[in-house]
Design a binder for this molecule. Structure first.
Ligand code: NAD
Length: 482
């Protein structure tokens, strides 16, 4: 039986669950039923100010705690997240709509981030730099201080772990603003963290709206670093504010990623990988493979196999663990169905799908448009839904030109048995990560971030240590005369 979900959720500040200072609340809605799940405290500027003050007060003790002890506590948090995975996964599915098995995987990923960075905590060190005999020079890596994590709704628990774990491991304290559509797991994880020994004030969560809590947090003068994951327009706004305050910022933004398939690919595995790339999380993934670049010699064979497999997919509520759940919200449903109209006008009737499901909830069919030209809107704009645009190509040069002809540069994938060609693609494509013969290849250990409009800065792996620390150089004159 699914664990019961509370009917109210509050802010988590300085080790305590508290209502918003204004007393205001908002509803979070189950996208599979369109019914409210719970009411949540609506954090705003005064609450962000309290959270930042609590974080600031906790900073000195946390950053000076022995690194191995910080690591132990983050390990304890990883284990506690695993212990409570049933509750967290059901909260995630209720809030976001994703299939329960995917929510369970996201909770495990979150636990794994805390475990991975727990191991990193006592391995963050500087360099010794050789100068002349008169000097000793070394660097140290210090935390930024109070950090802000602004999280999107598509992978709330996963990105919570990805953004918060490296911050805490490197001695920073955190104030998290989850997306208004999906705030529940963030508040629960903060509570769990407090129970396993993360000191009061080190991890605070302020649910609320972007223009209120989010805007105050990214503009707060006492915030020393901002990790923003979300859309390009909001990222630009957050980035401008950070620059005005001269605050360290990294931006993890959207994508329109090319998935290139050559005739020598293992077709069955390439079809499976293509489907994972565009239909996982109902296409609401920054690194979705939303442009399929298909070699003209295999287009018919590939599309026949794709149609067979897509028609076998189940679409339904995440609690029933269908292959694909609903879109997250009415707003996202309107956006994606509008793109279905745009696609019909640009490329004609979809090859597969293209309709909404006749039931409650924000369900659309997995959809494939063929005959797409890379200039069309459905090839250039991030739809963030289960909508694949298929573009044919004839040779390697053309494939790389189309792959790079985009404002984005988050990920790119290639399916081929020819490793020379795969690595030429990896060399020439403008993207932060490249997948060869498997979409979403990689893990918590592998750096992740964007080229071009997909953002700057890197999370995941040891690259996040750079993002969350600043380097201090110390140079001593040791000559006998001094
Ligand atoms: P969004 O930009 O609307 O919101 C993201 C977060 O920013 C939310 O918490 C929101 O409340 C907050 N926000 C909104 N306005 C704000 C403001 N003025 N100041 C501060 N914060 C504000 O994005 P979304 O619709 O929640 O997420 C979808 C987008 O996120 C897609 O473009 C997707 O590609 C991107 N994304 C990127 C990555 C990545 O790692 N590169 C991962 C997941 C999602």
């Amino acid at each position: 039986m699914a664990p019961s979900i509370a009917s109210t959720y509050d802010l988590f500040i300085d080790g305590e669950t508290v209502p918003a200072e204004s007393g205001e609340r908002f509803e979070t809605v189950d996208p599979a039923t369109e019914r409210p799940i719970a009411t949540v405290a609506r954090g705003d500027a005064p609450d962000v100010d309290s959270a930042v003050a609590a974080a600031d007060a906790a900073l000195d003790d946390w950053r000076s705690m022995a690194p191995q002890e910080r690591g132990r506590r983050l390990n304890a948090l990883a284990e506690a997240i695993r212990d409570q995975s049933d509750l967290l996964a059901h909260l995630e599915t209720a809030d976001n709509g994703k299939p329960i098995s995917h929510a369970e995987a996201d909770v495990e990923t979150c636990a794994r981030y805390f475990e991975y960075y727990a191991g990193v905590a006592d391995k963050v060190h500087g360099d010794s730099i050789p100068l002349t005999d008169e000097y000793v020079d070394y660097t140290v890596r210090e935390p930024l201080g109070v950090t802000a994590q602004i999280i999107p709704w598509n992978l709330p628990t996963n990105i919570f772990g990805r953004s918060v774990a490296p911050a805490l491991a490197t001695g920073n304290v955190a104030v998290v603003k989850p997306a208004e559509q999906t705030p529940l797991t963030a508040v629960e994880i903060a509570r769990i963290a407090s129970e396993v020994g993360i000191p009061d004030g080190v991890l605070n969560v302020v649910p609320g709206f972007g223009g209120e809590a989010g805007a105050r947090l990214s503009a707060h003068p006492d915030v020393d670093g901002v990790s923003f994951t979300g859309s390009v327009p909001t990222g630009i706004e957050v980035g401008k504010t950070a620059v005005e305050n001269v605050t360290n910022v990294h931006l993890e933004l959207g994508g329109k990623s090319p998935n290139v398939v050559y005739p020598d690919a293992d077709i069955e595995s390439a079809v499976e990988s293509t489907m994972t790339g565009i239909f996982a999380n109902a296409g609401q993934v920054c690194s979705a493979g939303s442009r399929l670049l298909l070699h003209e010699a295999i287009s018919d064979e590939f599309l026949d196999e794709l149609a067979t497999q897509v028609e076998a997919m189940s679409v339904g509520p995440g609690e029933g663990d269908a292959d694909m759940g609903p879109l997250v919200s009415e707003e996202q449903f309107e956006k994606v169905t509008n793109y279905l109209d745009v696609g019909r006008a640009e490329a004609g009737e979809p090859f597969i799908g293209g309709d909404v499901l006749d039931r409650d909830g924000y369900f659309v069919e997995p959809t494939v448009f063929t005959g797409v030209d890379n200039d069309m809107r459905i090839a250039r704009e991030e739809i963030f839904g289960p909508v694949l645009s298929v573009i044919e190509f004839s040779d390697e040069q053309e494939a790389i030109e189309i792959a790079n002809d985009t404002d984005y540069g988050l990920v790119a994938g290639i399916h081929t048995q020819n490793m020379g060609r795969a690595h030429r693609f990896a060399r020439d494509v403008q993207a932060g990560q490249v997948y060869i013969n498997e979409w979403f290849a990689g893990g918590e250990e592998t750096p992740f971030g964007g080229y071009k409009q997909s953002g700057f800065g890197r999370e995941k792996g040891l690259a996040a240590v750079d993002a969350y620390t600043q380097v201090k150089n110390v140079c001593a004159n040791i000559s006998p005369e001094t």
